[in-house]
Design a protein around this ligand. Structure first.
Ligand SMILES: [Zn+2]
Length: 330
């Protein structure tokens, strides 16, 4: 993902596309019903899921580790989900390389009309643009936080969803090719979410989606992301209110910067999606040297904090298990 002068770009998009969300989709109402007990989110499991991904090596497209990780996610999701779909596609990469990419969709209650989705990117970056060591700049990064952290939380949620059934439909979507593009080349970012948005499953009308990216740093700060505020302010409100009730201190009620991430093509396709992202990391300009590892070889397990994984996981568990639909579909 990349920081972006989003107001300019989005104004242009809005001007050119007109109204993007069909009216019937925004009429569906939902709220969180009061509940006191929820399944436990196990942050040790989530942490182990990050380590497992790192054990394959960098998961950049067409690498051996990319293949191993794909097989692993398919196997894990098949243990937990009602239905697992692999959405394969190829894409013309740099230097005449054809990328073999796959989005992975794990569905719970696949026939339920009232549904939400949670997503993250599973690929890791093929280069380390911000690494201080020039010899390492063209080598793929580990992606412990940038990629693996979001996936790990979704895998732990899948385990929970198998153990304690929900009434609504849930789709956990792992996008491929998010981090492929070079810095100046936005067109070659977000490959999986762009493909998904252009090839939506038939009649796919989830109420909303939540995108996780950079969700594992031990001192994470999740500001309200600007584009999410514009496309789905009610969903931002549900997430940050829940975080506040849980005293999940990594969530800040301040509005942060706009990020060009997988939620952009999804929102443009009418799937209202909020990005939970530690946007201060993006750009690797932090005054805190330890947190200055974005798109470098220092994006390792050492930066990951179980408390952060737990806070994000618990917020999501609360939303999943207490959401009620009162709109036209219910
Ligand atoms: Zn990245």
């Amino acid at each position: 993902m990349k920081k972006i002068l989003i107001t300019v770009i989005l104004s242009l998009l809005l001007l050119s596309c007109g109204k993007e969300t069909p009216k019937e989709e925004v009429e569906q109402k939902f709220s969180l019903k009061p509940m006191t007990t929820f399944p436990a989110f196990n942050s040790d499991n989530a942490f182990n899921y990050i380590e497992k991904q790192l054990s394959f090596g960098p998961r950049n497209p067409n690498s051996p580790a990319h293949q191993l990780a794909l097989a692993y996610f398919e196997t894990e999701f098949k243990k937990f989900a009602d239905k697992v779909t692999l959405q394969n596609f190829s894409y013309p990469g740099y230097n005449d390389e054809t990328l073999n990419l796959t989005n992975i969709i794990a569905s719970f209650n696949p026939d339920a009309k009232n549904r939400i989705f949670l997503c993250a990117h599973w690929d890791s970056r093929p280069r380390a643009d911000h690494d201080k060591n020039p010899a390492l700049v063209n080598k793929p990064i580990p992606g412990a936080n940038d990629g693996a952290s979001g996936v790990a939380i979704l895998l732990e949620l899948a385990r929970i969803l198998k153990e304690k059934k929900v009434q609504i439909g849930i789709d956990l979507i792992l996008f491929d090719g998010e981090d492929y593009g070079t810095e100046s080349d936005l067109q070659n970012y977000l490959l999986g979410s762009k493909y998904f948005a252009a090839n939506l499953p038939k009649d796919y009308k989830p109420a909303f989606g939540i995108l996780l990216d950079l969700v594992g740093d031990k001192e994470a700060k999740f500001y309200k992301e600007t584009n999410s505020m514009m496309y789905a302010p009610d969903v931002v409100d549900i997430i940050w209110t829940t975080a506040s009730e849980l005293n999940a201190t990594s969530f800040s009620n301040l509005e942060g910067e706009g990020i060009y991430d997988d939620h952009i093509p999804l929102n443009q396709a009418g799937l209202r999606t909020v990005n939970i992202i530690d946007a201060e990391l993006v750009g690797a300009n932090s005054p805190d040297e330890r947190r200055n590892y974005w798109h470098t070889h220092n994006d390792t397990i050492d930066n990951i904090g179980k408390e952060t994984l737990k806070q994000v996981g618990e917020v999501l568990v609360r939303i999943i298990y207490s959401i009620e639909f009162t709109g036209p579909k219910s």
